[in-house]
Design a protein around this ligand. Structure first.
Ligand code: AMP
Ligand code: MG
Length: 318
């Protein structure tokens, strides 16, 4: 199969592929998603084979409008309605009780379902024209670094998917926040751009936020988001200490450092949003070089940076 690269105005072509049970990669504000018609089991099963993803890993279903939510969930708690009104469309995924008729293929056999309305006008238009919803995990090979640019998608999935809509670089660059709304006290399962401190005032409940890499939920394992090169998440002191013994290492840092000849340096922003936007792209760039390992300076210890810290923990080899 030759993967077709579609422009932003080729929405009808994208919709036709989905109607024919094919997979297409869609831009969102977080990362590129690998979309299939969520109401077509044949199409959804192709996601697992294209990614090499185990079939018990649940998928996120993307809607284009809040009115469609009843087709997927049994009931929606008041707090979830408030979050939907406040943060959708946006980088927030909610776990809710699924309706009985929702395919086990989507939920990995769970009684719950992950739902989101993302904020990307082209991808929303595709879903609207399709008339149903799409199941869409990140468009990368299983456990690998998520794609934030079309070339990242093509590197992993070219020839395995019908098409990609090219809309350049993703604005946020990290996956959505996932919040489980099925318990009395909501729990953040995966930190993202929408933080606990942003959510709490909207629902007036103190929510739980365990570090997501410690969570034991299907599809959320300790090793994930991995670049091909081994990655070590260490302090700047540790980088300085280990550096003289290294021959060919990439260093991602946000603090000042004096550059040496035995390393390639990737200066990251001290601005959190900018750092997030460039994180995966930098890892993809480093993967294409000849270095044999990656040292990443630990990000600031601050609630706002929790999503970045979480992804780096999961990407690290230690
Ligand atoms: P991805 O779309 O590849 O970024 O991954 C989807 C994420 O959603 C994984 O971390 C899953 O564990 C999570 N997820 C999807 N459905 C559920 C669910 N019903 N309960 C808990 N987590 C879920
Ligand atoms: Mg993923």
């Amino acid at each position: 199969m030759k993967t077709k690269i579609l422009k932003q105005n080729q929405i009808d072509e994208a919709v036709n592929f989905l109607k024919n049970a094919e997979l297409i990669a869609l831009p969102t504000e977080t990362v590129y998603g690998l979309a299939a018609d969520a109401t077509n089991e044949e199409a959804v099963s192709k996601i697992f084979s294209a990614k090499g993803r185990p079939s018990d890993h649940p998928l996120i279903v993307h809607l284009d409008s809040f009115n469609k939510i009843q087709e997927w969930v049994e009931e929606i708690p008041d707090a979830a309605i408030r979050l939907a009104h406040y943060f959708w469309p946006g980088p927030l995924t909610m776990i809710l009780q699924k309706r009985k008729n929702v395919s086990d293929l989507i939920t990995g056999g769970l009684e719950t379902i992950a739902l989101r309305i993302h904020k990307h006008s082209i991808a929303l238009r595709v879903i609207e024209k399709l008339g149903t919803a799409v199941a869409a995990p990140s468009a990368n090979a299983y456990k690998r670094t998520s794609p934030t640019k079309p070339e990242h998608v093509l590197k992993a999935l070219s020839g395995k998917i019908a098409a990609i809509i090219d809309d350049g670089r993703c604005r946020i660059g990290l996956e959505s926040t996932i919040i489980d709304m099925t318990s009395a006290v909501p729990v953040i399962l995966r930190p993202g751009a929408i933080t606990r401190l942003m959510i709490e005032p909207v629902i007036n409940i103190n929510i739980q936020e365990p570090l997501a890499h410690q969570q034991k939920v299907p599809g959320n394992m300790a090793v994930h988001y991995q670049p091909e090169k081994p990655l070590f998440l260490i302090s700047m002191e540790e980088i300085r200490r280990r550096l003289p013994q290294e021959k060919n290492v990439a260093i991602m840092h946000h603090s000042d450092i004096i550059e040496t000849k035995n390393a390639t340096y990737y200066r990251m922003s001290r601005n959190k949003s900018e750092y997030a936007r460039n994180l995966y792209a930098t890892l993809h760039t480093i993967d294409a070089t000849q270095v044999n390992k990656i040292f990443v300076e630990k990000p600031p210890f601050h609630n706002e940076w929790l999503d970045i810290t979480d992804r780096l923990h999961k990407a690290s080899s230690t």
